[in-house]
Design a protein around this ligand. Structure first.
Ligand SMILES: [Ca+2]
Length: 591
């Protein structure tokens, strides 16, 4: 026995030495690549120049010329659900973000999967990248929970500077709810009492990421950086000169830009040959028929949005330049994508209208919101509405919060060191945000850390252009606030709220019908039946989906008049109280 132990220890020693040698020699050969993931918030598929936009985004476009642009990349339809899936690789209904916390229906409250934050048992990208020897940093919008056990410090990140909320001012801590008036931040595991000097979301999130990378260089570890911009989420806030740089440009109206972006996308080779442009929403006017003054006023909303995009691109460019300056750019995998479709709902109206308390709060704290000259300043709450959201998601139909293509398909650019892909190439692989976790675990030689990971690794495809990610039998499902969809191969079923959908199952062929204009449900009943069965019997049951008995979209449906709230705590966004962090975890910002 004793002898055996000695032998075992001796063998273990040899193995350990061999491991050290192999690790060291691997290091000598080549340092593990850094990984930088940049997520934008409520940006549309068509908002980058490299995806057909007239908005100036030179730095992100440069990344597209160095890397690969993907045209069939999907997210979930809203912020927290996308982030929960991104962080874990599992479906958001399982991860704890079955819906947005704000819209949790009465029959979902208290149910597992509908906590509104990322459940503690799931390992995050921070956890697995730390396990792989990476320094792990996060800046920007967290949106995955605000209790001490849910903040970045508890979820695998060495350094953090994050906004915990889903949205709020880009200049200060102002929120829009009377009972939840302050957005909250953490820095290195402490809750901030105030914000740094000259705070502006895109600027500060970038500064902090650069400083984390700089501070960490002495450790010699590769870094995993996750930068989640809050731009261009409403309120559309941005400094001069960006606030005015597009003055007058959008006076031509949204109809003009719908056509122009579509033409640009055709020219770039982004669209299948037979692609049509989505129909304009039935309730929106053709802007060609609007009076010039009306077009100019509506155009001002898009000017500020475009300025905010260009400003974000400017800050992204500073980070890229920093990586080049320190010689790390070439050895960094960079992944850039948008978290969901553009915001075509009038969030501010929808969230504040039903309660007198919130109306008074809004009038006192956001009183400059409707004055045309202050759009984009700290006191304003600008959005750009469905007219411009449709332009942001050209050629698709629909926007954020709905699983039409416009709500779930987004831009994705990946730059890999030593890639065999031609620089600047465009690919149409069927991909999803759940794929990032299995891709990174495979890249770092680890097993996927969570059960029920629904994503599939991109590594084979990224290494060899002859590979792809999903075939004709692979599928992905979506559900948010009762709107449902599933894509299998090129077939997609969609059950969306009126007036955006039919509120019954439709069938589309995404090989050519990206705009979801041709419902084939009557022509292909057997395919429809197969996919609906897959949705109900497999997707819904596997992920414990509870369809909501109340949904924010229901008032759009035909069962008017609007049902008044019969539950004291619905909608929860209006009645949820401000979270009070533990006092011993409060601190002032570092600068
Ligand atoms: Ca979002």
């Amino acid at each position: 026995m004793h002898y055996h132990n000695k032998i075992s220890l001796w063998l273990l020693g040899i193995c350990f030495c061999a491991l050290l040698v192999s690790t060291n020699s691997a290091h000598a050969e080549k340092k593990q690549p850094n990984i930088l993931i940049v997520m934008t918030d409520d940006m549309g598929w068509a908002d980058l120049g490299s995806y057909g936009s007239e908005i100036e985004t030179p730095n992100m476009d440069e990344l597209a010329t160095k890397g690969i642009r993907f045209t069939n990349f999907y997210t979930n339809p809203m912020c927290t659900p996308t982030r929960a899936t991104f962080m874990t690789g599992v479906d958001h209904h399982v991860a704890g973000a079955g819906t947005m916390n704000l819209f949790t229906a009465p029959n979902q409250q208290g149910e597992q999967g509908y906590e509104g934050w990322l459940r503690e048992e799931f390992k995050t990208l921070g956890d697995v990248m730390r396990q792989a020897g990476y320094a792990t940093y996060v800046t920007g919008k967290w949106d995955l929970g605000r209790f001490p056990e849910l903040i970045p410090r508890s979820r695998g990140f060495d350094r953090d500077f994050v906004m915990l909320d889903s949205h709020g001012s880009h200049y200060d801590m102002r929120n829009i709810y009377a009972r939840n008036p302050k957005i909250q931040f953490t820095e290195d595991g402490k809750y901030l009492k105030s914000l740094p000097n000259d705070y502006y979301s895109s600027k500060t999130y970038t500064d902090k990421m650069i400083s984390f990378i700089e501070d960490g260089r002495k450790t010699g570890k590769p870094f995993f950086g996750y930068l989640a911009y809050q731009a261009p989420h409403d309120p559309h806030h941005v400094d001069e000169p960006w606030r005015s740089m597009y003055q007058g440009v959008y006076d031509k109206g949204w109809t003009h830009f719908h056509r122009e972006r579509f033409k640009a996308q055709q020219k770039l080779g982004l669209l299948p040959e037979k692609t049509e442009l989505a129909e304009r929403y039935w309730y929106l006017p053709d802007s060609e028929y609007l009076a010039p003054i009306a077009r100019a006023m509506l155009g001002r909303q898009m000017e500020v949005y475009a300025g905010m995009m260009t400003n974000m691109d400017h800050h992204f460019g500073r980070l890229i330049q920093y990586l080049k300056d320190i010689g790390e750019y070439e050895n960094t995998v960079i992944v850039l994508f948008g978290d969901n479709g553009p915001e075509g709902n009038n969030t501010f109206e929808a969230l504040t209208a039903p309660g007198l308390t919130n109306n008074i709060f809004r009038a006192r704290n956001w009183s400059e919101q409707h004055h045309i000259n202050v759009i984009g300043t700290p006191g304003s709450y600008p959005e750009y509405g469905p007219g411009w959201a449709q332009i942001s998601t050209t050629p698709f139909y629909g926007h954020k919060a709905y699983p039409s293509e416009g709500g779930i398909r987004n831009a994705l650019i990946v730059k890999m060191p030593d890639s065999k892909h031609e620089a600047g190439s465009i690919r149409n692989d069927f991909m999803h945000v759940s794929d990032i976790m299995p891709t990174l675990t495979e890249l770092t030689g680890q097993e996927p850390p969570n059960e029920n990971i629904s994503g599939q690794s991109w590594l084979g495809m990224l290494k060899d252009p002859n590979n792809t990610v999903r075939g004709s039998e692979d599928w992905i499902g979506w559900e948010i606030m009762g709107a449902m969809a599933l894509r299998k191969g090129n077939w997609k079923i969609l059950n969306n709220w009126r007036p955006y959908g039919a509120r019954e199952w439709q069938l589309f062929d995404l090989e050519s019908d990206w705009a979801e204009r041709h419902d084939l449900a009557d022509q292909k009943p057997e395919i429809l039946k197969e996919l609906v069965a897959l949705y109900e019997d497999t997707y819904m049951s596997k992920n414990n989906i509870i369809l909501p008995n109340r949904a924010s979209s229901e008032s759009l449906w035909w069962n008017m008049p609007l049902r008044f709230p019969v539950y004291d705590n619905y909608p929860p966004g209006l009645y949820r109280k401000q979270y009070m962090p533990p006092t011993d975890m409060l601190t002032e910002p570092k600068d």
